[in-house]
Every structure is written in C-alpha cells, then in structure tokens.
Design a protein around this ligand. Structure first.
Ligand code: 4NP
Length: 160
C-alpha cells in the first residue's frame, strides 16, 4: 500500500499576512512531528495583488520571533484547480471562505473549512485581517493560527 499523502492549503485575501503564517507554522509543526514526507503544504490568496511577492515583513518578523522561517514564500492566487488538488483548504475568515466556495463544484477533492473551526472554542470564528494593524495584531494572529494548526495536525494525522 502506498503511503497516504495529504495536500493542505491555507487561504486568506492577499496571501501576504495570514495564510503565509498558516503555511509556515503548519510546515514547522509537521516537521517537528517527523511527518514532512506525508504532507504537501501551500497557501494562496483569493486576490491576486501580491502574486510573486514575499510575505509582509511583519508576518516574516513575528514568525521569526517564534522560530518559523517564512521569508522564502511567494504570493500565489487561488484558482478553481486548487479545489481538485488539495485535500483540505482552510480559510482565515468567512469572506475568504465565501470566495473559495465560488469555485465549488460537485465531485471536487477539497474539503473547505474555516481554520479556526479546528479549535474547540468555536466562538473565535475568524482570524482577523492584520494588514492595517500593529505588531500586537500580528502576535495575536500568530497565536490563533498556531493553536489551530496544532489542532489541524492532530485531526489529519488520524487519516494518514
Ligand atoms: P492577508 O492580508 O489577507 O492576511 O494577506 C491582506 C493583505 C493585503 C491586502 C489585504 C489583506 N490588500 O488589500 O492588499
């Protein structure tokens, strides 16, 4: 039997603030668990303004403070083919999820969901957009995404 490999994509609006943190943190946790070869991990934005650009320097900095390197990532835009490629597509907020659902069709591969629905406390709901925020906002985004990535890995490792 070939080993199961799961493809996971994190999605926000611009793919420069929140979803690069999802990609980087999840990859870091997967590596710490010794499961790198069992996952394909990516991120994308529903908008295309930042395609090819590195993440926002404030996301790079908060990740680095927590030992996660996201500096090498480059912005990508979501398209319909991602829903046939990835097993799990995790949106940062409800608006992202609505935009992803525009590509939905019957028989697609991907399960779509909100990243913070991985947490038992569903009241948290959405990862707030920190683009017009402060370093403190980026720290709280990091903490939310990190907690949800830990829970996501616990859920997905049962499927490997
Ligand atoms: P992100 O934040 O969706 O977390 O990457 C944003 C980044 C850029 C823009 C909006 C949100 N923008 O309008 O360019």
């Amino acid at each position: 039997m070939p080993e199961t490999r799961l493809a996971v994509e994190f999605v926000c609006l611009g793919n420069i603030c929140r979803s690069p943190l999802g990609e980087g943190i999840f990859r870091h946790r997967v590596a710490q668990a010794g499961l790198t070869h069992r996952f394909e991990i990516a991120s994308a934005g529903t908008g295309g303004w930042h395609v090819g650009e590195p993440p926002d320097p404030r996301s790079v900095a908060v990740a680095r403070r927590h030992g996660v390197d996201i500096a090498g990532q480059r912005g990508r835009q979501l398209d319909w083919a991602h829903l046939d490629h990835y097993d799990e597509i995790l949106a940062m907020d409800e608006s992202n999820l609505r935009n992803i659902r525009r590509f939905e069709r019957s028989g697609q591969r991907a399960r779509l969901g909100l990243l913070l629905d991985e947490l038992p406390d569903r009241r948290l709901g959405e990862v707030p957009d920190p683009y017009y925020g402060t370093d403190r906002d980026f720290e709280s985004v990091f903490a939310l995404v990190d907690a949800a990535c830990a829970a996501l890995l616990e859920r997905l490792r049962t499927r490997l």
